[in-house]
Design a protein around this ligand. Structure first.
Ligand SMILES: N[C@@H](CCC(=O)N[C@@H](CS)C(=O)NCC(=O)O)C(=O)O
Length: 203
């Protein structure tokens, strides 16, 4: 059975097992406490040299890391990954956007505010810039979703899973989503997909 190395509350981890749930694939979830450095041990670095969750262990013992790569591997040949060349590229376009322009700001602000009681002086100093860039990513999403029900091809797919993970908990990073009607309507559409489970799902 595949194993997902994960940390409770991680949006990156959530992406992978949300898709596994929706595909109806069995998996074992292995909790790794990143706050205690459990992904930085020599044993874990043999699984993922980058020392992070999510990491997927395949049945043959191969390890895959990076949530986007794991999503792509799991979705290949299923309706979650589009078949056309253009829609595949558009899916990657939004997944790269998520990793470069969205996750580094929205996930980081949420991590600092949700997992720690107080910020370090350095975090306090960089937070305004992080929030500004997070809002810029939400503005981009709002523009796309004002015209489209889902990110690619009018259908729920990998790009939606990748972007849903941290957008739906952005309020935990104190982002105000009230000003984004199209994002809110999309969040509800994603949450109503068959097999959807929440980030606090009990495995
Ligand atoms: N780009 C990576 C980011 C993975 C990542 O940052 N994981 C965090 C938790 S959400 C982690 O494992 N941090 C522990 C550490 O850096 O030691 C992905 O999408 O999988």
């Amino acid at each position: 059975m595949m194993k997902v190395y994960d940390f409770t509350g991680s949006g990156n981890g959530y992406k992978t097992w949300l898709l596994l749930q929706q595909l109806g694939l069995p998996y074992e979830r292995v909790e790794c406490d990143i706050l205690k450095g459990e992904t930085r041990t020599p044993a874990f670095l043999k699984k993922n040299p980058n020392g992070r969750i999510p990491t997927l262990e395949l049945d043959d013992g191969t390890f895959l890391f990076e949530s986007g790569a794991i999503l792509w591997y799991l979705a290949e040949g299923t309706p979650f990954a589009p078949a056309s060349r253009l829609e595949r590229a558009q899916t990657l376009q939004w997944m790269f956007f998520e990793q470069y322009s969205h996750e580094p700001y929205i996930a980081v602000a949420r991590f600092w505010k949700h997992f720690f009681d107080r910020l370090t002086p350095q975090q306090e100093a960089t937070l305004p810039d992080i929030m500004k860039k997070g809002y810029a990513a939400l503005d981009v999403m709002e523009r796309q979703l004002a015209e489209n029900d889902f990110f690619v091809g009018g259908r729920y797919g990998l790009a939606d899973i990748a972007l849903y993970a941290y957008t739906h908990v952005a309020h935990e990073g104190e982002f105000d989503l009230a000003r984004y009607p199209a994002i809110n309507a999309w969040l509800a559409r994603v949450a109503s997909q068959p097999g959807h489970v929440t980030i606090s799902h009990k495995h």
